[in-house]
Design a protein around this ligand. Structure first.
Ligand SMILES: NC(=O)c1ccc[n+]([C@@H]2O[C@H](COP(=O)([O-])OP(=O)(O)OC[C@H]3O[C@@H](n4cnc5c(N)ncnc54)[C@H](OP(=O)(O)O)[C@@H]3O)[C@@H](O)[C@H]2O)c1
Length: 261
């Protein structure tokens, strides 16, 4: 099975920590050079320094705020003016939690810009290079809410569905060029996002966050939360040559939690 990404360059978004960084780590272990995007420069510096370089990979970062799509567009343009990008991992911070009825209209617009508009601008910028080099992998980090909406995540559930449909449409358009477009759906992986959801849900119900964590753990058939590296491994596989005939799918990485096929 050909997994090597030696000589490939990956742009990984939302990669200063959490699942984006975990994905970059696994991509680097397969030999890819990674360009990390996020807002926190200090964390980005540390993240870049943590990536494998044993195969001569060269990693870099750009500070980018996905709530400012015009600036994200300028950033990705600067990147592709300089080099070919073979792998794009679309990812950003999750929308605030809460019931959908209580959500302000602006929250939907903000999340749509961060998750759909930015994906679109990034993809438009990297696809010409992918066509030119004959190698392209576009991977979205979304959520299992694409399959089954999650309680108390009204805005998120709505926007995740939009991203998944955007990706499937893009997959069909890019398939003739051998460029694959796939979504990886985290269940409950141990990152800051998960901790913030325990806290917000606990506050909403008036119970300690530890109680929420335990309730959620028991809902997972594997009876444990996922390690970010287990998520990154799925992203790295989809980015590899071995996954060349897989496109347009939603791949849950959730310990069996999603109660649907
Ligand atoms: N962890 C889970 O169990 C889980 C489950 C379902 C879905 N998800 C979703 O998967 C995605 C990644 O989750 P995670 O657990 O890795 O979250 P995380 O630990 O909170 O990390 C989020 C990453 O996105 C970046 N980011 C946040 N807002 C940004 C912005 N405006 N512009 C650019 N970058 C931004 C953050 O970096 P900076 O702060 O430096 O910008 C960070 O690198 C999120 O959309 C999350 O909702 C996660």
């Amino acid at each position: 099975m050909k997994l090597s990404l030696t000589g490939k360059t990956a742009v990984v978004c939302g990669a200063s920590q959490g699942l984006g960084l975990a994905s970059a780590r696994e991509l680097a272990l397969l030999g890819a050079s990674c360009i990390l995007l996020a807002r926190n420069e200090k964390l980005l510096e540390t993240a870049v320094a943590s990536l494998d370089t044993s195969q001569g990979q060269q990693h870099n970062y750009y500070v980018a705020d996905f709530s400012e799509p015009a600036k994200v567009k300028a950033t990705i343009q600067a990147i592709v003016d300089d080099q070919f990008v073979h792998i794009l991992v679309n990812n950003s911070g999750g929308p605030s939690s809460g019931p959908i009825l209580a959500a302000e209209g602006g929250a939907f617009l903000k999340a749509f810009e961060m998750h759909v508009v930015c994906n679109q601008l990034l993809t438009q910028a990297v696809v010409p290079g992918m066509k030119a080099t004959g190698y392209g992998r576009i991977i979205q980090i979304i959520s299992t809410s694409v399959k089954v909406p999650i309680k108390n995540l009204g805005v998120s559930n709505t926007i995740r569905a939009a991203v998944a449909n955007w990706a499937k449409t893009m997959a069909n358009e890019l398939a003739p060029f051998g460029i694959t477009v796939n979504n990886v759906l985290p269940g409950a992986m141990t990152t800051d996002r998960l901790k913030s959801l325990f806290k917000a849900t606990g506050e909403a119900r008036g119970v300690p966050e530890e109680t929420i964590a335990e309730e959620w753990r028991q809902e997972i058939p594997m009876q444990r939360f996922g390690d970010p590296s287990e998520f990154g491994a799925a992203v790295a596989f989809l980015a590899s040559p071995a996954a060349g005939y897989i496109t347009g799918i939603n791949l849950p990485v959730d310990g069996g939690k999603t109660p649907s096929l």
